[in-house]
Design a protein around this ligand. Structure first.
Ligand code: SAM
Length: 239
């Protein structure tokens, strides 16, 4: 269903072969000025794409008939999570957008000792909007989760729920990221902020089943490291 504008709507807005869209009503009718007869794709977070045709628009909702429902083709079968330290400026926006395009299902932004910013509720809402917009652009059918974890220990605890946990550490001299990838169901990738990790945070991770891995001999910017790691993952074990 490529080529049609894609909207993430509430599950209860699509019922049977009908849809009554309220959540994206303003965007569809006033911003995009879509009209009766236009076709759109409605995603209800169950992995399905619903091809719909606009039948009526009033001040409250956009009313559609569902023409076809198919399983979205662009979701990965793998459960990939990215954990990255809060960065300054709009670098968090950039990494969230790239993580979506690279198939990440769960995005955790964590605070750690050398982070100089945090993620307010308003900033988190904005990151979720960037996530949804990136999903619409790249044709995904399920919105990844985007969460802020204020406590590093808690972020590590969540990451360790994955089968393979890759702790990207610039002082790692031997084990490479690529060699540490395993073709398993769930993988978590951990990347530090601009200031990196404190000794205590490194020690905490080394005392777990996380693999401490190198992304090469150069020190990458935090945002580069996330994109690089996700790209290598996709190239070698992603789908
Ligand atoms: N200690 C770094 C420095 O001297 O600039 C600061 C951290 S670096 C800018 C940001 C993060 O990217 C690191 O915490 C690490 O997770 C990841 N990273 C950067 N280069 C890396 C490399 N060569 N190998 C593994 N991880 C790397």
């Amino acid at each position: 269903m490529s080529g049609y504008k894609r909207f993430f709507v509430q599950a209860d807005e699509v019922f049977g072969n009908k849809a009554e869209i309220r959540s994206a009503h303003n965007y569809i009718s006033r911003v995009l000025r879509m009209r009766i007869g236009d076709k759109i794709v409605l995603c209800t977070q169950d992995g399905n794409d619903n091809l719909a045709q606009i039948e009526r628009i009033d001040n409250n909702a956009v009313y559609c008939s569902i023409l076809q429902t198919t399983l979205g083709e662009n979701e990965s079968t793998k459960d990939l999570s990215l954990f990255f330290g809060v960065m300054k400026g709009d670098k968090n926006d950039f990494v969230v957008q790239k993580a979506v395009e690279l198939g990440v299902k769960h995005i955790y932004i964590f605070n750690s000792r050398y982070c100089v910013s945090d993620v307010s509720p308003n900033k988190l809402e904005r990151l979720k909007k960037i996530c949804a917009s990136a999903c619409e652009q790249c044709g995904r059918s399920v919105l990844p989760t985007v969460e802020y974890v204020d406590n590093f220990q808690q972020a590590v605890t969540i990451a360790l729920e994955s089968q393979n946990v890759l702790f990207c550490y610039e002082n790692e001299q031997t084990k490479s990221f690529a060699q540490s990838l395993v073709d398993c169901q769930s993988t978590a990738i951990i990347v530090g902020s601009e200031g990196g990790f404190s000794d205590e945070e490194v020690q905490l991770l080394l005392n777990t089943h996380a693999q401490c891995v190198s992304l090469g001999k150069r020190i990458l910017r935090a945002e580069t490291a996330s994109v690089f790691a996700l790209s290598v993952y996709n190239a070698l074990v992603g789908d």
